[in-house]
Design a protein around this ligand. Structure first.
Ligand code: ATP
Ligand code: MG
Length: 396
């Protein structure tokens, strides 16, 4: 019989009252992701999502790879389904996993029988299959405690399934169960990781990027769109709002004390991100800030930048070391793009001696020559909205 994927749900969440909503969302998400790889039947039973190919044309390897990026799943098993009798189970193990067994020095069989009508217990199934395999694979010894390879047999409602070791899923909660948030996405290492981390908690993510043409190039913009595209492997399609920031930056340069440039600019970013986000139903902002990393990332700086918004600001990287952030950036595949050397608008008018312990009163004073509201309104008039999907052509 054919290959099928069994995708296992995180258990803790299933105990809550939201079980049904969680499961429906997850099934929808898996169904949507599988579409690109052919005609799959996706159904959910016994805390497991079944992904079954409906014809020979399905791209099983592509679909399997995509399953690793779906939030809400803790482990993934690529199996062969078979009839629920011990002969078929044995035959299927031989056909499907025989080669793996020949390469491993030791093995054991672990069985699970959720269909209690099956005449053998789990232990009996393991003993029977294990005994036969030991004879047909003499170089692979039975080893109960630390086997090099484990054969799994699951006797479930519709069929029996055999598979080798499971692979870890993406974890987290299904995209869409946790509301929506707006990520301030720069071209750096941190903000794509921040977007990924909040998306992992079931939040739909939308992005905003501030762009200062001609101080920053078209390539800098393409880089940000490419970063967004890479994150959509995990969070599904997303909208990226490109906000022209030149006028605001020039107004700051011409009218404000230099030591406050970055902070004033960041206050505009936060306020504009909130306005665009709230219109789209976002209940929070996300930034890649990290305590102590740069002058604008002290707690006093965060107070003055947070003071212009009234929705929560999520900073999932706040307490991490750079190395830990880089590890995640590598894992999700954004690192190589993030380190491309295109300038960010933040670096355009960087003060020589930025204020590290500002107060809100100082900021209000430093901004007094600006007509904040007019500047924000003008900027909002020309926001460009771009929808980004993982199967788009790369932007770079
Ligand atoms: P990153 O690696 O994400 O660029 P960073 O360490 O360079 O972060 P900053 O430049 O101080 O830090 O920016 C802090 C946060 O502000 C970023 O993580 C991002 O969320 C937001 N941000 C910075 N520049 C932009 C921009 N041009 N557009 C949108 N958001 C930005
Ligand atoms: Mg940056």
């Amino acid at each position: 019989m054919k290959e099928i994927f069994l995708l296992k749900l995180g258990e803790i969440v299933l105990k809550g009252a939201n079980k049904r909503q969680f499961e429906d969302k997850l099934r929808q998400n898996v169904r949507r992701r599988m579409k690109a790889y052919g005609n799959f039947d996706v159904y959910l039973m016994q805390s497991t999502v079944y992904v079954e190919p409906m014809d020979e044309l399905c791209d099983m390897d592509g679909a399997w790879d995509a399953c690793h990026a779906i939030f809400g799943l803790v482990s993934l098993c690529r199996c062969r389904a078979c009839e629920k009798d011990i002969e078929s189970i044995y035959k299927t193990v031989e056909e499907y996993l025989g080669e793996d067994l020949d390469m491993a020095p030791s093995f054991k069989v672990e069985s699970k029988r959720s269909d209690k009508r099956f005449p053998m217990t789990s232990i009996e199934i393991s003993q029977e299959i294990g005994g036969r395999l030991a004879e047909s694979h003499p170089t692979c010894k039975v080893e109960m405690r630390k086997p090099a390879y484990t054969v799994y047999v699951e006797v479930r409602d519709l069929a029996a399934y055999v598979h080798g070791p499971a692979e870890p899923g993406a974890g987290g909660l299904p995209t869409g169960v946790g509301g929506r948030a707006m990520c301030l996405l720069s071209g750096g290492i941190d903000s794509p990781v921040a977007a990924y981390m909040i998306a992992k908690r079931g939040v739909e993510v939308e992005c905003v990027h501030f762009f200062s043409y001609p101080y920053t190039s078209e390539l800098a913009k393409a880089k940000v769109l490419e970063l967004a595209r890479l994150v959509t492997r995990y969070c599904g399609r997303m909208t990226v709002n490109i906000v022209g920031f030149t006028q605001i930056q020039e107004a700051i340069r011409d009218n404000c004390p230099e030591e406050f440039f970055t902070l004033i600019m960041r206050r505009f970013m936060m306020e504009i991100a909130q306005r665009v986000g709230v219109q789209d139903g976002c209940g929070a902002l996300i930034t890649g800030e990290n305590l102590g990393q740069v002058a604008s990332q002290t707690m006093q700086a965060m107070q003055v930048t947070g003071a212009v918004v009234d929705i929560p600001v999520f900073m999932p990287l706040i307490g991490m070391d750079k190395e830990e952030i880089v590890t995640i950036a590598r894992k999700i595949g954004t690192m190589d793009t993030s380190v491309l050397p295109y300038e960010d608008c933040c670096t355009v008018f960087t003060p020589k001696h930025p204020k590290t312990k500002p107060t809100v009163a100082q900021l209000i004073n430093a901004e007094k020559k600006l007509d904040r509201e007019a500047l924000i309104q003008q900027t909002l008039e020309s926001v460009e909205r771009i929808t980004v999907k993982y199967d788009d052509e790369p932007f770079l």
